[in-house]
Ligand binder design. Structure first.
Ligand SMILES: NC(=O)c1ccc[n+]([C@@H]2O[C@H](COP(=O)([O-])OP(=O)(O)OC[C@H]3O[C@@H](n4cnc5c(N)ncnc54)[C@H](O)[C@@H]3O)[C@@H](O)[C@H]2O)c1
Length: 164
């Protein structure tokens, strides 16, 4: 068993990771200030409410953590974290993503198409070789299941407007 601190642990990514860590038998502490309107607290964790900028020092001082997983919007001490790029190495176009969201949610997705802005890249694809090499991580989900998971989460933990 290891001890982990998950910031933003009531959010979409953080609560999923915290739940998986608990299920794997680890001791998990969550910091979240509910600023994103999330109300999902993973069961089996120790919850510390508040902004991580305000409470993290005290939590870390008494914690002896094996790892810190940071999902609360931005990194306060970048030098103390390793950042891995995660992706499938192939990528999708904006159009493919929008169509997949429409298909999965059954909701209209309003779109306005504009010309490319100066400096926009023609293609951006996350290459996850470092995470693969150093963590043994590899992607197991496709675009449709990623969107379906996100849609389920937001339907249950956020206010989703009724169809127009
Ligand atoms: N969702 C994705 O697919 C995805 C993909 C790539 C990167 N990310 C990044 O991962 C991070 C988390 O994304 P998410 O989708 O889980 O967002 P989210 O809004 O669902 O979760 C963020 C959580 O952090 C909390 N939070 C924000 N600021 C805080 C602070 N100062 N102190 C304590 N808690 C704070 C919020 O209340 C919320 O519960 C973001 O930085 C996002 O850009 C998300």
């Amino acid at each position: 068993m290891a001890r982990y601190l998950v910031t933003g642990g009531a959010g979409y990514v953080g609560s999923t990771v915290a739940t998986l860590l608990v299920e794997a038998g680890h001791d998990v502490t969550v910091i979240d200030d509910h600023s994103a309107g999330s109300s999902h607290l993973p069961t089996g964790t120790t919850f510390v409410p508040g902004r991580f900028q305000d409470v993290a020092d005290a939590v870390l001082a008494r914690g002896d953590f094996d790892g810190v997983l940071h999902f609360a919007a931005h990194v306060e001490h970048p030098g103390e974290h390793r950042v891995y790029n995660l992706g499938n190495g192939v990528g999708f176009t904006n159009h493919q993503v929008i169509e997949a969201v429409r298909a999965t949610t059954g909701r209209p997705v309003p779109v306005r198409v504009h010309p490319r802005r100066a400096g926009d890249s023609a293609t951006l694809v996350a290459v996850s070789d470092k995470a693969r090499r150093e963590l043994g991580w590899q992607p197991t989900r496709g675009l449709d299941s990623i969107i379906a998971d996100a849609w389920e989460f937001h339907r249950h933990h956020r206010t989703v407007p009724a169809p127009a």
